[in-house]
Design a protein around this ligand. Structure first.
Ligand SMILES: C[S@@+](CC[C@H](N)C(=O)[O-])C[C@H]1O[C@@H](n2cnc3c(N)ncnc32)[C@H](O)[C@@H]1O
Length: 262
């Protein structure tokens, strides 16, 4: 009899952000294939009898290719095992979850997806940044700074014009290129940005800056996320790493769209 694969989100770093469902599945797994960014405390709940594979491929070191991960996952499930494919954050956000679903579907392996707290939400919560705000941002966009070869290019101008809060995953350590794109796209140079490093862990650092100053931002420890938009200035001042100056061209009209709360 075939086993089953569970594509499970481990959350952004703080082990307490693991869902109860993810915890139950890990405790009853026969095999676990996990990414590098999964907190060690989470891996401790895996039964000692289970097969555990670190299939992480951080920083381009490419220890194991995606095809090999798919092959292993399918082979384990084919032999009747309950397999947990544990990914950092949410399994379907910049985690190649779609490619793994396609492979499982093609191999006729039953699967189930268990969401996790994506790092953008973790970083926003622990930096006290409301990703949406009725006076400042009515839309939210998750973008990756690293695209697959041949993928459709990000339309920065359209995003900049949308007024959405932008969260850039995998921004790398040199923010100059991103700053150039954002300025060219027409975003105000005074637009607030936050770089959040190792979000939700005890090592988290949040550095606030503006698009104008982004290229001079310190290189914080990976993994990092970049949050851009007016909402960044609503963050709790206690968590400011350096004083944040609200520029006039980013001022929020608090009287706009005032509507009674239904
Ligand atoms: C391959 S993507 C995986 C994203 C993951 N599936 C999610 O939902 O968060 C890895 C990127 O996620 C972001 N990331 C993951 N964990 C993070 C954390 N604790 N703090 C900041 N960024 C994080 C970084 O941008 C990192 O380069």
């Amino acid at each position: 009899m075939k086993g089953k694969v569970y594509l499970v989100g481990a959350g952004p770093g703080d082990p307490e952000l693991l869902t109860l469902k993810a915890m139950r599945l890990l405790r009853t797994a026969d095999a676990v294939l996990h990414d590098d960014l999964v907190a060690p405390e989470i891996l401790q709940v895996i039964p000692t009898a289970a097969q555990v594979y670190n299939v992480g491929k951080r920083c381009g070191t490419k220890k194991i290719r995606q095809e090999e991960i798919n092959f292993l996952m399918i082979a384990l499930a084919d032999s009747g095992l309950r397999v947990v494919r544990l990914k950092s954050g949410d399994p379907l956000i910049f985690g190649r979850g779609g490619e793994e679903i396609e492979a499982l579907h093609a191999a006729n392996i039953p699967y189930e997806i268990v969401p996790g707290v994506t790092s953008a939400l973790g970083a926003a919560a622990t930096s006290a940044i409301p990703l949406t705000h009725r006076h400042a941002s009515s839309a939210l966009v998750f973008i990756t700074a690293h695209q697959a070869e041949g993928a459709e290019a990000v339309d920065w101008a359209r995003l900049a014009g949308s007024g959405a809060t932008l969260v850039i995953y995998m921004p790398g350590s040199d923010y100059s290129a991103i700053a150039v794109k954002l300025k060219a796209a027409g975003l105000s140079h005074g637009t607030p940005c936050a770089i959040v490093s190792q979000a939700t862990t005890q090592h988290q650092q949040t550095h606030r800056t503006t698009i104008a100053e982004l290229s001079r931002a310190p290189r914080l420890t990976s993994p990092t996320l970049l949050i851009i938009g007016k909402v960044v200035r609503f963050a709790d001042p206690v968590s400011l790493v350096q004083p944040f100056v609200i520029s006039a061209d980013c001022a929020v009209d608090t009287t706009a769209n005032e509507e009674p709360i239904a």
